[in-house]
Design a protein around this ligand. Structure first.
Ligand SMILES: [Zn+2]
Ligand SMILES: [Zn+2]
Length: 270
């Protein structure tokens, strides 16, 4: 008998339901916002991931713990653990992660910015007995269903006094950021995935429809996103990777980044 495995897409890290054979294609990577590697669709399993990778777990500020994978796998994002919320997700779960989650008192909710980080959410939800909160506008990209997944709709979803999901759209219709009001010593932190993308110098951000394929968002979308962000109180942004953090004055930096983006689009037309 062939053993059933849950396969992971090597390019985006999405996990699929248990099956003897790998799926034919990954719908997330077949979409124009992602890509299939030049060597064709590749798959791996949780056992292979555990054999080749390990967890990197680090406190990034008091009350906020990053959880990533070393060496990097798929898109390479790190998740964030804050007040029993796992923000975004990674494919790997292992003993070191178990211990970190236990030390933090467990996970009640897993909330994810957009489908590129859905990855191992169902595996995580089962292991830590958590619910998964996803925006209903992105439901078509769920590659492994579970009774633990709860879809939310509209533009705001309050998780607790300190934590609120805000739909910004853009990169995906359900693209969501999480406002952590107690973050940055009470000045507020925005956990942004790549819905608001922190760029290399960490003093600016950008907004794209596809990052790997370098396809921008229309100016009107960026204007709309900037207007929503302007209503939120925060001083810091945690992007999708360890080093993508706007440490201070992040709200002003989002506004000036949106203005720079819109100026660039105007220059193209002149
Ligand atoms: Zn994929
Ligand atoms: Zn993405």
């Amino acid at each position: 008998m062939v053993k059933a495995n849950t396969h992971f897409c090597v390019t985006c890290g999405a996990q699929f339901p248990p099956a003897a054979a790998a799926p034919e294609a990954c719908p997330i990577c077949s979409d124009e916002r992602q890509y299939i590697g030049h060597e064709g669709q590749q798959w791996t399993t949780l056992a292979e991931l555990r054999a080749r990778h390990r967890a990197r777990i680090e406190e990034v500020e008091p009350g906020l713990v990053g959880i990533g994978i070393e060496p990097s796998f798929a898109i390479g994002q790190r998740a964030l653990l804050v007040e029993h919320l796992l923000w975004d997700c990674i494919p790997l779960v292992d003993d070191a992660i178990d211990a970190a989650i236990e030390a933090a008192g467990g996970i009640g909710t897993i909330a994810i910015s957009h489908p590129h980080y859905y990855t191992g959410m169902v595996e995580w939800a089962a292991r830590f007995e958590a619910r998964v909160l996803l925006h209903e506008r992105d439901r078509e990209w769920i590659t492994r269903s579970s009774a633990r997944i709860e879809l939310w709709s509209g533009d705001r979803c309050r998780i607790s006094e300190n934590l609120e999901l805000v739909r910004l759209g853009g990169h995906f219709p359900g693209g969501t950021v999480c406002l952590w009001r107690a973050g940055a010593a009470g000045r507020g932190a925005l956990l942004s995935g790549d819905i608001v993308q922190v760029v290399s110098d960490r003093d600016w951000v950008s907004f794209m429809w596809s990052y790997p394929n370098l396809v921008p968002l229309p100016g009107a979308e960026v204007e709309r996103i900037a207007a929503v962000v302007a209503t939120l109180e925060f001083d810091r942004i945690y992007g999708a990777w360890w080093d993508r953090v706007v440490a201070a004055d992040a709200k002003v930096k989002v506004a000036r980044s949106a203005a720079r983006y819109l100026d660039a689009l105007r220059r193209v037309r002149e």
